[in-house]
Design a protein around this ligand. Sequence first.
Ligand code: ZN
Ligand code: ZN
Length: 314
Amino acid sequence: MDGSTNSPQVRYIDLHTHTNHSDGALSPEELVKKASELGLAAIAISDHENTDGLEEAFDSGKKYGVEVVPAVEISSYPDPLTEHHILGYYIDYKDKNLQKILKKLQDAREKRAKKVIDNLNKLGYQINFGDVKAAASGTIVQPHIAWSVITDLENRAKLKKDFGTVPDTGEFIRKYLIPGAPAYEARETLKPKEAVELIHKVGGVAAFAHPCWTTVTKENNKLVFDDKKFEQLVKAGVDGVEVLAHRGSEEDTRECVEHFTALAEKYKLVVTGGSDYHGFGSAGKSLGFTDFYLKVPYRVLEELKLRHRNSYKI
Ligand SMILES: [Zn+2]
Ligand SMILES: [Zn+2]
């Protein structure tokens, strides 16, 4: 699949975005309005373990003429040191059992956040749970914690000592919060198979989110693909994979798109694509990839709808 066509007749979409109901900056209405201003034909709202923004997004979609796709992003752990995200599209988000499980997963995030903050305090950083909770209007996720540390002036001296300069949230997360890092805590969560089954039970299509980060490392300036990790998700039963996603530079992204296009063909997975937009405008993560060579054409959504209809005979 070539996502780089930039013809004026092609309509573009974004199937991976976050609102302030998880760790995004914009409200659902602001996000949909922005999509409309950018000329996007459709966006999926895929908050972390949370579907609370969907109703507002649907109303805004009607108002601004943007097709809104209901979605959710669920973190799953095949083992305590590996984290894979799974997107669920066209889920019946009103399902009571789904909401019960999502609530449990959100509570587990909060418990984990308390432990991580405790660890950071012990490592000498100023941060407290109340501030982080207040800043996160919905689910607390790692960027909230990182942001709270790096914006607190009391941490400046220690940050400079640890990083040489004040890091951005990504750098802070990689040094302190990822599996194996000093402040990391695992949390009670789902195995990939459980997450996929949960999505299937509520009529959704499950897609492996951003494998270009979680199954790819960079060694000696070359990308190294761990297809075994990818296959963990195939075995878990995903229906699709987020092939059209950014991976740093344009060159690396092209290599990833090519690699995952081939894997999608091999395992008969539907191709999805999205920017993972959070509203903070970091490079390659602009809504609809407006600052990037990659684009997601509307036909990707048509294929996703077809997979959805075929899976559930609708
Ligand atoms: Zn993710
Ligand atoms: Zn995401």
